[in-house]
Design a protein around this ligand. Structure first.
Ligand code: CUA
Length: 371
């Protein structure tokens, strides 16, 4: 949501002010919606209607207290009478009202909150399971129900979470190093991702689209650069994606440049003191099986680089500087620098990893409108 369009939004779309304040520095690059009032999510709808009930009660209380205040000030204002005021002590009826009414109000709010928690927290049996693991400073999204065909492990994607619209997603969060938090405001509430702990809850949206997500717990130098996208596809297109992802095998290099890039990825380059990329990164269908850094299997089909720092063409433009010294682009980035690789080597690496593409009909970007 761009700032200059704020004034034209209906009220419930203005709620994301909190989210805007959280990430205003990062906002300039975020063209996708970031909206806690997105009622296309059943999670958000439940929270929304509970909030409306509580806000209505708050307005009634405000009106009642204001009336009592003005009534009292008016009725008991100073008068000219010199007669002695009526002498009394206490008022049992008033005191009972002042105890019973707040107890009723708090009880109603408690019931509303407990009811809403009971609705939004359990994950339905037919939910799609996804594991979201936070690490400094990126996300691994794993599909435990989708084993890789003829290989080991399951489908994994880095920093881009592809889900079907119109279906509940059971997200299980954890973290590798410090506490992070998963939050895609349009799809539901935020949850901490804690090392050694697994928490499952659900998110959902009815509306296909691209949604912004952020880590929402301060986790280090690049906390603000720990973003992700949620790409919600129509169900049929999600099936196409996940089927193709399960069957995916990285294409073999098709020219000398890609071959050199492939060699550096798989073997490193001793003469340049460069370690092999495969020790940290996985590419499905090759010998690369590292899990320390983001999965690279579908890198060529992605639209973001550096956990959402760069998008679109900016992403392509920053691949080489990223490999060369990512800490210059992203404070605290843990990938080692490869400053001694020649410009040609960097170009070859870029050429190779950009070939890592899902089949065109399964490439999820471009299948949904970017709002
Ligand atoms: Cu991870 Cu903030």
């Amino acid at each position: 949501m761009k700032l200059n369009t704020l004034t034209r939004q209906p009220f419930h779309r203005l709620l994301p002010m909190t989210a805007l304040l959280l990430g205003s520095a990062a906002l300039a690059q975020q063209t996708q919606t970031l909206n806690v009032g997105d009622l296309n999510s059943s999670y958000n709808r439940n929270i929304w209607w509970m909030s409306i009930a509580v806000i209505v009660m708050a307005i009634l209380i405000f009106a009642g207290v204001s009336y009592a205040l003005f009534y009292t000030v008016n009725k008991f204002r100073e008068d000219k009478s010199t007669a002695e005021p009526k002498q009394f002590h206490g008022n049992n009826r008033l005191e009972m009202v002042l105890i019973v009414v707040p107890v009723i109000i708090v009880t109603i709010i408690t019931i509303l909150a407990a009811r809403t928690m009971a609705i939004v927290n359990p994950t339905p049996k037919d939910a799609l399971h996804v594991n979201a693991t936070g690490a400094q400073f990126w996300w691994a999204f794993e599909y435990p129900e989708s084993p890789v065909q003829g290989g080991t492990g399951t489908v994994v994607n880095g920093n881009e979470l592809v889900v079907p619209a119109g279906r509940q997603i059971a997200i299980t969060t954890t973290a590798r190093d410090v506490i992070h938090a998963f939050w895609a405001p349009n799809l539901g509430g935020q949850r901490d991702a804690i090392p050694g702990s697994k928490k499952t809850w659900q998110i959902d949206t009815d509306k296909p689209g691209v949604y912004q997500g952020n880590c929402s717990v301060l986790c280090g130098a690049s906390h603000a650069n720990m973003r992700f996208k949620v790409v919600a596809l129509p169900k049929a297109q999600y099936e196409t994606f996940i089927t193709a992802a399960q069957a995916y095998k990285a294409p073999a290099p098709s020219n000398a440049s890609e071959q050199n890039g492939y060699n550096i990825f798989m073997q490193g380059k001793a003469s340049a003191g460069a370690a092999a990329c495969l020790s940290c990164h996985r590419i499905q269908g090759t010998m690369a099986a590292g899990a320390v850094g983001p999965d690279m299997s579908f890198f060529g089909s992605r639209n973001t680089l550096g956990a959402g720092i760069y998008e679109g063409q900016a992403r392509i433009n920053h691949i080489k500087p990223w490999i060369k010294k990512c800490v210059d682009l992203k404070p605290g980035c843990l990938m080692p620098a490869y400053e001694k690789l020649s410009d040609q080597d960097l170009s070859d690496l870029q050429a190779y990893i950009l070939t890592l593409k899902l089949p065109e009909n399964a490439a999820y970007w471009g299948k949904v409108p970017v709002q």
